[in-house]
Design a protein around this ligand. Structure first.
Ligand SMILES: NC(=O)c1ccc[n+]([C@@H]2O[C@H](COP(=O)([O-])OP(=O)(O)OC[C@H]3O[C@@H](n4cnc5c(N)ncnc54)[C@H](O)[C@@H]3O)[C@@H](O)[C@H]2O)c1
Length: 384
């Protein structure tokens, strides 16, 4: 396959994971990175031996070699930067949440209609874990019978203390939801992927446990420990945690909980499906195994091993059993699927990709907004 040349904008926490994932794909080549903080872009370009670095999206888009642009900037820039990428005619892989508001993601969808050859994907990486695919296939095969209940969590602790601060706390940058938009979006994408169904109705309780936070006067990197001692007090307007009841279009009901203030959890995504015959559960923090539960027989752990997996899920895994695969590998699978789709000359709307489309990213935005509305009105809200 020909080499597909890529550029990334945003060299913060997740930008580096994009560098490493692209580097693991034989037919992709990272030729440029960009960040508003040019020194950071330069540092990453030096560290990873990337040929060119820039300080703006305009310079990155003017690079004629770049065919695909990854947008790894904070949420408030997704509309502006994604629109610029789409208008440039380059393919686009955007970080999630796709935007701050569904009105923004809708504008991207409208614009994409004018660019039918553009491949546009969203970075919902958990759907690409081999055992998430195994759960999906086991469900299709009827192993646990008819699904009755879906439940789980996505817990983190990086905002546990009132001295913890990040751009995600500011609604102007993150959007009107924090936990749900940031990590609930991943959970919803994962459960929708496993069950091949959509969440259509929600009833939520979103809670602020730290109403005022101390914003450090200096810079704090995402997920790093804050060592600043000078602060300004900032009122908090978005949820520290939330609980969400939901209904899906396949009749399954469920519940999930998201939190950024749950000590001991770095990336605690857990999803469990209970069916009429059995149950299955996957925990991101133990990514290389899944649990199967039965009433009339012994429960057991399934260790990921390509030789024992369904043929459909096997294509998302490559290391032999006993050689753990995890977060980075699923992340790479997602980006691989995106580049393969481009390399194979496939088209959104004609072919069905494994990675999330902008349409799916937009739907998650509508779900996020419905959850915020539900918590405010203390009532069930259906997705419009
Ligand atoms: N898929 C995942 O699992 C995952 C994980 C973490 C973050 N994310 C998403 O990735 C995005 C970035 O999050 P992060 O944690 O990496 O944030 P971050 O703050 O660590 O990095 C953002 C980078 O964008 C740069 N930037 C800011 N304004 C810019 C501009 N105008 N032009 C160019 N660069 C600019 C910043 O200098 C910074 O380096 C968010 O949308 C977030 O939701 C996704």
């Amino acid at each position: 396959m020909r080499k597909i040349k890529a550029g990334i904008i945003g060299m913060g926490f997740i930008g580096v994971s994009h560098i490493e994932a692209i580097r693991r794909i034989g037919f992709a080549e990272l030729v440029a990175v960009a960040d508003a903080n040019f020194d950071l872009a330069k540092k990453k370009a030096d560290e990873y031996n990337i040929p060119r670095c820039y300080g703006s999206i305009e310079e990155l888009l003017a690079d004629p070699e770049v065919e695909v642009v990854h947008n790894c900037t904070p949420n408030f820039l997704h509309l502006e930067i994604n629109e610029k990428i789409i208008k440039s005619g380059k393919h686009i892989f955007s970080e999630k949440p796709l935007a701050r508001f569904s009105s923004e993601s809708e504008k991207m969808l409208e614009l994409l209609k004018q660019y039918p050859d553009t491949v546009a994907g969203v970075s919902f990486n958990y759907r690409m874990n081999p055992l998430v695919r195994e759960m999906k296939q086991k469900y299709i095969n009827g192993d646990i019978g008819k699904a009755t209940l879906a439940h789980g969590t996505y817990l983190q602790d990086f905002l546990l203390y009132d001295t913890d601060y990040n751009w995600r706390i500011e609604p102007e940058i993150c959007g009107p939801s924090r936990c749900v938009a940031d990590i609930g979006s991943h959970w919803m994408d994962t459960v929708q992927t496993i069950l091949g169904a959509k969440i259509t109705k929600v009833c939520a309780d979103l809670v602020i446990t730290i109403p005022v936070r101390k914003k450090p006067k200096g810079q704090v990197e995402t997920f790093s420990l804050n060592t600043n001692t000078e602060y300004e007090e900032k009122p908090v307007k978005t949820e520290d945690w939330g609980a969400i009841l939901f209904e899906m279009d396949n009749g399954v009901h469920g519940v999930f909980c998201v939190s950024e203030v749950s000590a001991g959890h770095g990336c605690g995504l857990v999803v469990e499906i209970n069916g009429s015959k059995g149950s299955m559960k996957w925990e991101q923090e133990r990514a290389d195994e899944m649990w199967m539960g039965w009433r009339d027989g012994p429960n057991y752990l399934v260790k990921r091993n390509p030789n024992h997996m369904t043929p459909e899920a096997r294509k998302y895994t490559y290391l032999a059993g006993g050689h753990p695969e995890g977060w980075n590998d699923a992340f790479r699978n997602n980006i691989y699927a995106f580049y393969k789709f481009i390399g194979d000359g496939k088209k959104i709307g004609v072919d069905t990709p494994d990675f999330a489309t902008f349409e799916e990213g937009h739907y998650i935005m509508k779900l996020t907004e419905a959850i915020v509305e539900s918590s405010k009105t203390k009532s069930w809200v259906a997705i419009k």
